[in-house]
Design a protein around this ligand. Structure first.
Ligand code: AR6
Length: 169
């Protein structure tokens, strides 16, 4: 299993699947969700309309249309409400359910954005710890996935991930 850290735009990544930090309507939005829908083209929204949304912590998969990857896994992160509203478990579930779905589709590579750390306001360091811990724990049991990448977009997340991953290694 290879775990990578990449700084840049997730929509440019040619892997089996990228993960979208969506909202429960799955009908697009701002941030990484908006960027993914813009780059994929309008057919992505047409497919998403048929999915009837997605609860927080769960994940659904679609085609990737004009993107360089093959699939998009849409997951819905929790909105940060101070930490006592099951946010940590829900965020953990986003990573777990996305990996489970990728495995079910026999995918070999997946890229995660920093789910919930933008508009949804999850504290970045806490979110990074959950992301890394969940992926590391789950990765021991995966059959098909060979490469998991954390795609960071802002400098703060880049520094946090660099430090946490270095500490683990
Ligand atoms: N590539 C990689 N990461 C990105 C990109 C990109 N092109 N653009 C932003 N990020 P956010 P959330 C990072 O707000 O907090 C949407 O409107 C960004 O720096 O996109 O889960 C949805 O529809 C941040 O670290 O997602 C929902 O309504 C991370 O992606 C809501 O936002 C997540 O920021 C979801 O909020």
């Amino acid at each position: 299993m290879i775990i990578k850290l990449h700084k840049g735009d997730i929509t440019k990544m040619s892997v089996d699947t990228i993960v979208n930090a969506a909202n429960s309507s799955l009908l697009g939005g701002g941030g990484v969700d908006g960027a993914i829908h813009r780059a994929a083209g309008p057919e992505l929204l047409v497919e998403c309309r048929k999915l009837n949304g997605c609860p927080t912590g769960k994940a659904k998969i679609t085609n990737a249309y004009n993107l360089a990857c093959k699939h998009v896994i849409h997951t819905v992160g929790p909105i940060w409400k101070g930490g006592n509203s099951n946010e940590a478990n829900l965020l953990k579930s986003c990573y777990k359910n996305s990996l489970k779905l990728a495995e079910a589709y026999k995918l070999e590579s997946i890229v995660f954005p920093n789910i919930s750390t933008g508009v949804y306001g999850y504290p970045k360091e806490e979110a990074a710890k959950i992301a890394i811990e969940t992926v590391m724990t789950k990765s021991l049991k995966l059959k098909h996935l060979k490469e998991i990448t954390f795609c960071v977009f802002d400098d703060t997340n880049y520094e946090i991930y660099q430090k946490l991953l270095k500490d683990i290694i």
